[in-house]
Write a protein that binds this ligand. Structure first.
Ligand SMILES: *[C@@H]1O[C@H](CO)[C@@H](O)[C@H](O)[C@H]1NC(C)=O
Ligand SMILES: *[C@@H]1O[C@H](CO)[C@@H](O)[C@H](O)[C@H]1NC(C)=O
Ligand SMILES: *[C@@H]1O[C@H](CO)[C@@H](O)[C@H](O)[C@H]1NC(C)=O
Length: 433
């Protein structure tokens, strides 16, 4: 059986611990539901991380999940959702209460609770932004070292505006504004006294190259930028910023970019792109460090990559139809299988599995994404398009998907293409840790 998201519906799978953060892949909760918390943020309290976001499949209500390792997320049972159509919810604690701020009808709506993860009630009515009564679209959140909370918004007239949150939870004075173009989806983090603001361009649900601006003074400081955070053509690895998470570990502080990999309409098929960031405090350069599959040791703060992988070359597999082994400059050993049309099929026999859900990385290139894509089938299960399991399919040359493998060396994985995409398959790597 294939254990994945096929055509938007969940296949029945035994729930397994999530061993990796996989940008673009469907991310399952510990209840084996797809995590539905888009445009959100993560707040750490004690040793627990709380992830709040808008639930695309439940009328854009705030949904919350908790985790201790940033991998396994448990849905909070008691809903945080006394309200619908609250976009991009963000969490703050400006006084003894917990607050969620989000956008309703382009105004700020606050929710309040005495507990971080349940019993939120609507707090007051919707408000516009001081001082100009601006309405806005996207919401961001930043807590400074002195405990002051700031609401970040993409306000009217192409202002990305930063307002203090008062201790009674109301939206206070505007302390700064970025007026350097059409930007939205703001998020901010601070390293060595410098405030780094990440914003996206305004292109609806389609991704664009997100940008960074920095200032050394939050209140009234001028902004330097824009600076790229990823190669322009990557369009922020097909994502849009929502929040920057700082994880202070015993050995290292790691800054995590949290982005949304939206489907074409911000719906339930949207996924997430989380990546660690490199921050060069000298040149003040912020770079997303792309990893197809990674995790963070929440205790030490260190980034961990897969270390045990079993590799199978495509040219040693069984190649049928209009598939030919040929040169491949980008491939590790300069050879790959060129799959010319849908008759081409590559079958990997005797794949060793550990028994249960396992990440398998497909290494392949697609010449023309709009004219087709790749699909796979495991142990005779129906073929599934790789893009249904991981949005990075066709965009990156390493695409991990979670497959259900039998224990032992009897697994068979068939790789095929639809359309005339022009696919070159290098091979697969089965991750064992
Ligand atoms: C936080 O402020 C709100 C609004 O003034 C108030 O209702 C609430 O009681 C405060 N929370 C605490 C714990 O002081
Ligand atoms: C990619 O495929 C589409 C659809 O088949 C076609 O219209 C387009 O011209 C192709 N692009 C390139 C660069 O070949
Ligand atoms: C898989 O992708 C191909 C090419 O984009 C498409 O024609 C086909 O409908 C997809 N299959 C499913 C089951 O979605």
């Amino acid at each position: 059986m294939l254990t994945l998201l096929a055509f938007g519906a969940l296949a029945a799978v035994a729930s397994a611990a999530n061993s990796w953060i996989v940008p673009g892949a469907a991310w399952m909760s510990t209840s084996n539901t797809k995590i539905d918390a888009h445009g959100g943020m993560v707040l750490k309290r004690g040793d627990t991380f709380y992830w709040v976001g808008q639930a695309a499949s439940h009328s854009v209500q705030p949904y919350m999940y908790t985790s201790k390792n940033l991998l396994d997320w448990t849905p909070c049972t008691n809903p945080q959702n006394p309200i619908q159509w609250l976009w991009r919810p963000k969490l703050a604690k400006p006084n003894g209460s917990f607050w969620i701020y989000g956008q309703v009808d382009r105004n700020v709506q606050a929710l309040k609770s005495s507990s971080i993860s349940d019993n939120y009630a609507v707090a007051g009515s919707k408000v516009t932004l001081p001082p100009n009564a601006y309405t806005y679209s996207d919401t961001g959140m930043f807590a400074d070292d002195d405990g002051t909370w700031y609401l970040l918004t993409s306000a009217d007239h192409n202002n990305v505006q930063i307002n203090k949150i008062n201790s009674d939870g109301s939206i206070g004075t505007r302390v700064n504004v970025l007026a350097k173009g059409a930007y939205e989806a703001p998020g901010m983090f601070k390293v060595g006294g410098i405030y780094y603001l990440i914003v996206s361009g305004k292109t609806g649900w389609r991704s664009n190259p997100n940008q960074m601006f920095w200032t050394d003074k939050l209140a009234g400081g001028s902004w330097n930028g824009p600076y790229p955070i990823a190669p322009e053509a990557q369009k922020t690895y097909n994502s849009q910023n929502t929040f920057e998470l700082t994880v202070v570990g015993s050995k290292k502080t790691t800054y995590v970019y949290m982005g949304d990999s939206w489907d074409s309409k911000g719906g339930p098929d949207s996924n997430y792109v989380w990546l660690p960031m490199s921050v060069d405090t000298g040149t003040k350069k912020v770079t997303l460090d792309y990893h197809a599959q990674w995790k963070l040791n929440a205790e030490t703060g260190e980034v961990v990559l897969p270390s045990r992988k079993r590799r199978y070359e495509a040219e040693h597999a069984v190649v049928e139809g209009r598939g030919v082994v040929g040169r491949c400059e980008r491939c590790l050993n300069r050879r790959g299988v060129h799959a010319a049309d849908p008759s081409a099929q590559v079958t990997f026999h005797n794949i060793i599995g550990l028994g249960g859900p396992q990440w398998v990385q497909f290494h392949y290139h697609v010449a023309n994404r709009t004219s087709g894509e790749a699909h796979i089938s495991v142990n005779d299960a129906p073929a599934v398009n790789i893009s249904a399991m991981n949005h990075r399919a066709g965009y990156h040359h390493v695409v991990p998907v979670l497959l259900d493998l039998k224990s032992g060396g009897e697994n068979r994985i068939v790789f095929g293409v639809s359309g005339e995409a022009g696919v070159v398959l290098e091979g697969i790597e089965v991750v064992e840790d």
